[in-house]
Design a binder for this molecule. Structure first.
Ligand SMILES: Nc1ncnc2c1ncn2[C@@H]1O[C@H](COP(=O)(O)OS(=O)(=O)O)[C@@H](OP(=O)(O)O)[C@H]1O
Length: 399
């Protein structure tokens, strides 16, 4: 046999039992690292219910770092592994949104006041898969489907709370991020959209929420072209409070913006309201609804009261489950009222044993607005609200 100095030194090294063990341990460690690496790669293709626990969110943070191609690097993925219950806000981008177009999505999200959604996303609750999702995970069954139900609005209405509550239902699978497909990303095509969705099994409903759809002129025709049977959910809230909430969000990002008062009026002396300001415009619900009714019958649209979602979450969730044709699984047993937050929270988030409230950017303190300005806005919205009550057959009690 040819003499090899390498073989010789290896033989000499391995001859001692302690060193043998060391070599064995090193090999085991390498195998473990390899398995971990493979698993992380695999997890990124899991349905969102599973992957949610491993999602990274805030752009720029270590947890959300992405490579040039949009994929998260391995270190980021590992860092994104479930942190012991960070305060979660959920308007974030899912790891699954990582096509070139998702960069636009990210940029779009960061512009104007939608940036809020990113700020609040710091880590998702670790989410163990539900039994159905687990079987889908383990045998690779299930498929991505276009959503059968969409929360289309309204911005600052309570849409995130509704989606997070609905995700507790085992027959609902929802994409956590706002895809903005029917407003900003429509050119990417339906396959791009479908690819964002989590895998579902027969009987499970795929959902997403993008509150800006409600005020997007093209959205009704586009959703109808995808499927005329799509169920639409709108969370509505007193338009005056909604406008202040909207302004508060913008203010938190851009502290130098003009006062609420000066943005509200075209002319302060005449008291003429500036309806071109989006914070005012979004609250003219009757006008936006009219656009939807050109494409969808009223029976296909459910209106959830943003106020009742806070005062009686189980009651509103009951209506939503009925509307979706699901068994009423989410009940008052799932909620508790968190005094500190001032909101109902989940006793157990999906797949976790710990309580879960929305993050710090939900329930920001609103600035004090002069009562006269509030009154002027109330007067402005009143006829539109009345029209809206008439159209929906429901008095939301904002006046
Ligand atoms: N359970 C629970 N927890 C926390 N917050 C709750 C909840 N239910 C409803 N809300 C209200 O939701 C408001 C934010 O609405 P959205 O989630 O639709 O906002 S966004 O458009 O997605 O940015 C948010 O508005 P602000 O209070 O003005 O921040 C909340 O009042």
């Amino acid at each position: 046999m040819e003499y090899s100095p390498l073989c010789h030194s290896l033989h000499a090294f391995c001859s001692s039992p302690v060193k043998k063990k060391l070599v064995l341990l090193s090999i085991m460690f390498l195998i473990w690292v390899y398995m971990l690496y493979s698993c992380v790669g695999y997890c990124s293709t899991m349905p969102s219910s599973v992957a949610d626990g491993y999602r990274a969110k805030e752009p720029g943070s270590a947890v959300g770092r992405r490579t040039e191609g949009g994929r998260m690097d391995v270190v980021s993925r590992l860092l994104a592994a479930p942190q012991p219950w960070e305060d979660v806000e959920s308007d974030y981008e899912e790891p699954s949104i990582r096509t070139a177009a998702s960069r636009d999505l990210l940029n779009n999200e960061l512009d104007a006041d939608r940036a809020d959604e990113w700020d609040e996303a710091r880590g998702a609750p670790p989410r163990a898969p539900q039994p159905s999702a687990m079987s889908s995970f383990s045998n690779g069954s299930g498929s991505k489907k276009l959503p059968q139900a969409i929360i289309i609005g309204v911005k600052k209405g309570g849409t995130r709370a509704l989606l997070e509550f609905l995700r507790v239902h085992p027959d609902i699978r929802a994409v956590g991020a706002e895809p903005h497909f029917f407003d900003r990303n429509y050119d990417n095509g339906l396959e791009w959209y479908r690819d964002l969705m989590p895998k579902t099994l027969e009987g499970q409903i795929t959902m997403e929420k993008t509150p800006s759809y409600f005020v997007t002129r093209e959205a009704p025709a586009r959703i109808s072209a995808m499927s005329r049977d799509t169920k639409l959910i709108v969370v509505v809230r007193d338009p005056v409070t909604r406008a202040i909430s909207d302004y508060t969000q913008t203010l938190s990002k851009k502290p130098d913006i003009p006062s609420f008062e000066s943005l509200t009026f075209k002319n302060r002396t005449t008291g003429l309201i500036d309806t071109s300001w989006s914070a005012v415009q979004i609250g003219i619900y009757a006008k936006h609804l009219d656009n939807w009714l050109q494409y969808f019958p009223m029976e296909q649209i459910l209106f959830v009261s943003g106020e009742r979602l806070i005062s009686d979450p189980a009651g509103e969730l009951g209506r939503v489950q009925d509307f979706l044709g699901l068994k009423r699984i989410i009940t008052d047993k799932h909620f508790y009222f968190n005094q500190t937050k001032g909101f109902p929270c989940l006793k157990k988030a999906e797949g976790s044993s710990k309580p879960h409230c929305l993050g710090k950017t939900k329930g920001r303190t609103h600035p004090n607005i002069h009562p006269e300005v509030v009154q002027r806005l109330r007067d402005f919205y009143r006829p539109f609200n009345m029209k809206f009550y008439q159209m929906t057959g429901h008095n939301f009690g904002w006046d």
